[in-house]
Design a protein around this ligand. Structure first.
Ligand SMILES: CC(C)(COP(=O)(O)OP(=O)(O)OC[C@H]1O[C@@H](n2cnc3c(N)ncnc32)[C@H](O)[C@@H]1OP(=O)(O)O)[C@@H](O)C(=O)NCCC(=O)NCCS
Length: 364
C-alpha cells in the first residue's frame, strides 16, 4: 500500500496586526465583547497578495521537507481569495517556486479548501499518479471585510500555511477523510458579487458578507461532529485514541462546543484563534505549524482535524504523524515589510466602506 506522509510544513503570518483595541478605533465595539464572543484578540492583515503569502509558506515547507521545487508534481492552492482566477494563482506560485514539472490548480470550498486539497492530493499519491505535492492554504480575506458590519468583520484575518506530502510505504499521513456539504445552508455564509456577476459589467461591485452567525454555529457543529464520527468509525478509533485535535479556527465557542459534544479534553485541542482570528483556508496549516514549533506534535501521534466553511462545506480527517517533527532546513526567503501602520494599509477599504479613519493615517 502507498500512503502520503506530511514531510514539510511552513507558514507566513503577515507582520501588521489589527488588535481588538485597533478595531474599536473604527467600529463601535470593544476587546471585551470580541474576546468573550470569539476568543480572538488580534488578526494579521497582509500587504501582499494571497499568491505571494502562499509562495513564502511553500518555500518554508519545501525547506522543512528537504525537497527541491523541481521534484514537486503538484501545487494545490486552497483559497477563497486568489488574486487571479484565470490563470489560476497556483500557477503563479509554481512559477515563483521554480517547480517546473508541477501541475497547478486552485481549489475553493471556502474555509475547508486546504483540507479538501490535502485529501485530493493524498488520494492522487495513494493512487500512484503523483509522488510529491505541495498543499497550501492562503487567504487575504481582509480585502473582503465590510466595515459597516461590526457583527462579522472582526472575525477574519490573513495568512498562509503549507505542507509537503510525499509517497511513503508506512501507514502515515491522512489515513481517513470525510468531506461533506450540509444541505440548504448556502445562504447563511455568502459573499454576493465575489466572482463573476452582472455587477462587473456596470462596475457596481460592492462585496458585503451575508452572515447569519447563529445558523452557521449550529450547522458547523453538527457538520463537523458527523464528519468526525465517520472518520473515527472508518479507523476503528474512539475520541480517547486521539492524541491531538487541530480544528478549523473560526470561533473558540464552536471549538469548545465540539470538544464537549465529543467528550474531548481541551488540553488536547490546538487553539490559535487568539493570535490569528479566522484565516479561512489557512487556519489549520497555520495551527499545525505552531503546534509543531511548540513541540506539541510527537512522532507517531494520531491527529484529528475537522473543518467547515461557506457552502456549508465540512470535513474531518485522521492523520498519523511520521517520525520527524523538526524541519530539515529553514528557508531564507522573505517578503519586505510594509512601510506604514495597519490603518495606512486599510485606508482604501475604509474609504470604500465609508469609515472615517483619516485621523489614524500616518501617510498621505
Ligand atoms: C459572530 C458571533 C460571535 C456573534 O455572537 P452573537 O452572540 O450571535 O451576537 P449577535 O449577532 O446576536 O449580537 C448580539 C448583540 O451584540 C451586538 N454586537 C454585534 N457585533 C458586535 C460587536 N462587534 N461589538 C459589540 N457589539 C456587537 C449586536 O448588535 C447585538 O446587540 P443587541 O443584543 O443589543 O441587539 C456568533 O454568532 C458566532 O460565533 N458565529 C459563528 C462564528 C462564525 O460563523 N465564524 C465564521 C465562519 S467561517
Amino acid at each position: 500500500m502507498r500512503y502520503a506522509q506530511i514531510t514539510g510544513w511552513g507558514k507566513y503570518a503577515p507582520p501588521l496586526l489589527m488588535t481588538n483595541d485597533d478595531m474599536a478605533k473604527v467600529l463601535d465595539t470593544s476587546d471585551e465583547w470580541i474576546y468573550s464572543r470569539s476568543g480572538i484578540r488580534q488578526r494579521h492583515y497582509s500587504h501582499v497578495s494571497t499568491g505571494e503569502m502562499a509562495w513564502l509558506a511553500a518555500e518554508r515547507a519545501l525547506a522543512a521537507a528537504g525537497v527541491d521545487a523541481d521534484d514537486i508534481d503538484l501545487v494545490v492552492l486552497g483559497s477563497t481569495t486568489p488574486e487571479e482566477i484565470c490563470p489560476n494563482t497556483a500557477s503563479y506560485i509554481k512559477n515563483k517556486l521554480g517547480a517546473k514539472k508541477a501541475a497547478a490548480f486552485d481549489l475553493n470550498s471556502a474555509c475547508t479548501s486546504w483540507f479538501y486539497g490535502l485529501n485530493a492530493a493524498t488520494d492522487m499519491i495513494r493512487a500512484g499518479s503523483i509522488s510529491k505535492a505541495l498543499v497550501i492554504g492562503s487567504e487575504r480575506i481582509s480585502l473582503a471585510m465590510d466595515w459597516n458590519k461590526r457583527e462579522s468583520c472582526f472575525l477574519f484575518g490573513d495568512g498562509a500555511g503549507a505542507v509537503v506530502i510525499e509517497a511513503a510505504d508506512q501507514r502515515v499521513g491522512l489515513l481517513s477523510a470525510k468531506m461533506s456539504c450540509v444541505p440548504d445552508s448556502r445562504a447563511c455564509l455568502h459573499l454576493p458579487n465575489w466572482g463573476m456577476s452582472p455587477a462587473h459589467l456596470t462596475g457596481d461591485i460592492f462585496v458585503s458578507l451575508n452572515f447569519e452567525g447563529q445558523e452557521i454555529f449550529k450547522s458547523a457543529v453538527k457538520g463537523m461532529s458527523d464528519a468526525i464520527v465517520d472518520v473515527l468509525e472508518k479507523e476503528g478509533l474512539t475520541a480517547s485514541d486521539i492524541d491531538l485535535f487541530i480544528p478549523h479556527q473560526a470561533n473558540i465557542r464552536i471549538i469548545q462546543t465540539l470538544a464537549k459534544r465529543l467528550d474531548f479534553p481541551m488540553e488536547k485541542v490546538v487553539v490559535a484563534i487568539e493570535e490569528y482570528a479566522n484565516t479561512s483556508a489557512a487556519s489549520i496549516p497555520l495551527a499545525l505549524c505552531d503546534a509543531l514549533a511548540a513541540g506539541r506534535v510527537k512522532p507517531g501521534m494520531t491527529i484529528l482535524t475537522a473543518t467547515f466553511g461557506a457552502g456549508l462545506t465540512c470535513g474531518a480527517g485522521i492523520i498519523r504523524w511520521g517520525d520527524r517533527v523538526d524541519p530539515i532546513a529553514e528557508s531564507d526567503a522573505s517578503i519586505p515589510d510594509f512601510e506604514g501602520t495597519v490603518f495606512d494599509l486599510m485606508a482604501d477599504s475604509f474609504v470604500h466602506y465609508g469609515v472615517d479613519a483619516k485621523h489614524l493615517l500616518t501617510k498621505g
